[in-house]
Design a protein around this ligand. Structure first.
Ligand SMILES: [Zn+2]
Length: 151
């Protein structure tokens, strides 16, 4: 599997190469990236202005083509809605546990553990979204485990 890919800015005809987490994010049709960076123009532009250098397909068309099978709820879970809800639920659970602890022990212990639990809860929410939702949805919709394999 390739670990990097280049895209061409259609306005200036310059290639920019992405790798690592940037490539992962760019390749994911469900992530719905709206803009990306051009090394020559040194700025962000809408994905409608960029094409994959190897296939010449506009990135916006590539996204549309690979998420044809996605329902509205698939897109919601993979977008910011799912992110906010799961991280939010995790934080609220942490705060509630902190309050319970504050009432049963001292307010300081409750406050400190409440904050720590809220942060842990938010992180667990993010992990749950990645492992339980996003990855499964991407596999079902796009047919691959890793969107970097898509062309
Ligand atoms: Zn450019």
């Amino acid at each position: 599997m390739q670990d990097s890919r280049s895209y061409t800015h259609t306005r200036c005809r310059t290639d920019t190469t992405v790798e690592g987490p940037e490539f992962r994010a760019m390749s994911d049709p469900m992530a719905g990236m709206r803009s990306t960076y051009c090394v020559k123009c040194e700025d962000q532009f809408p994905v409608t202005e960029f094409a994959w250098s190897d296939t010449n397909e506009l990135i916006s068309n590539y996204y549309a083509r690979h998420r044809k099978a996605a329902s509205a709820s698939d897109l919601w879970w993979c977008g910011n809605g799912g992110l906010a809800v799961l991280a939010g639920l995790g934080s609220v659970a942490g705060i509630i546990l902190g309050i319970i602890l504050g009432v049963t022990t001292t307010w300081l212990i409750g406050l400190v553990t409440g904050i720590l639990l809220a942060i842990t809860g938010a992180i667990l929410g993010l992990v749950a979204r990645e492992t339980l939702f996003s990855r499964r949805i991407v596999k079902r919709v796009c047919g691959v485990n890793d969107t970097r394999m898509l062309r």
